[in-house]
Design a binder for this molecule. Sequence first.
Ligand SMILES: [Zn+2]
Length: 247
Amino acid sequence: MKITRTRRQGSIAFRFNSDAIEILAPHNMPLAEIHQLVAENRQWLEQQQQQHCNTPMAAAQQAFQAGKSAMLFGQQLPIVLQVGPLDVSHNISNDISNDISNDISNDINNDISNNSQQILVSHPQASTIQSERIQALVTAYWRYQAEQTMTPLSHKLAEKLGVSIKKISYRRTKSKWGHCTTDGELQYNWMIAQAPLDVIYYLVAHETSHLIHHDHSPAFWNCVASLCPDWKKQRRWLKEHGSWLMF
Ligand SMILES: [Zn+2]
């Protein structure tokens, strides 16, 4: 079990990952108290983790860690290794953001693509390829796919609402899918590229609506509904499955 200190007040919470249970504990809770709570609830915790590990999303995450498959836009695609360069029609490195390391953007340019049935990863020779390297490539690829999808969609939805976006940035966090600053900057977690497109659409509608309403008031949700009528369904999906996509 892993203990993560948070700014939570009072109580602890648990996050179930495929390989471990993460305990989110208030920063000022004594360690002894945490251990006691865990000991008291051990059976329940084990049951919960068992349940969480038997879901399709848990299996998908394990397969990704093993370099076997990856989720992209809600589909679990097998990762297929190919010796030699890929025949990719589009050049990725030109439009990928500068803050991806050059190494990765060069790699991603020639070494990864998908044809909606599989993710192709190229490697120079028929040697073994490290699963860490596959994961790094796929992670950079998620970022690329998220940017390609969400940036134009954000501008389109903002235009519908009659507002403009100052800046859009992408970052990987373990706690948030998106954020809108008070001065009109949208921030997205690119790991969302694993989620179905309907869910991504909802996230963009949500953050774009924050350009007008900086709260979660009824007026805000009306605004979200005007862009994304089935927002409740997508929000539920994100609540149920989202934690599996943040790792
Ligand atoms: Zn919000």
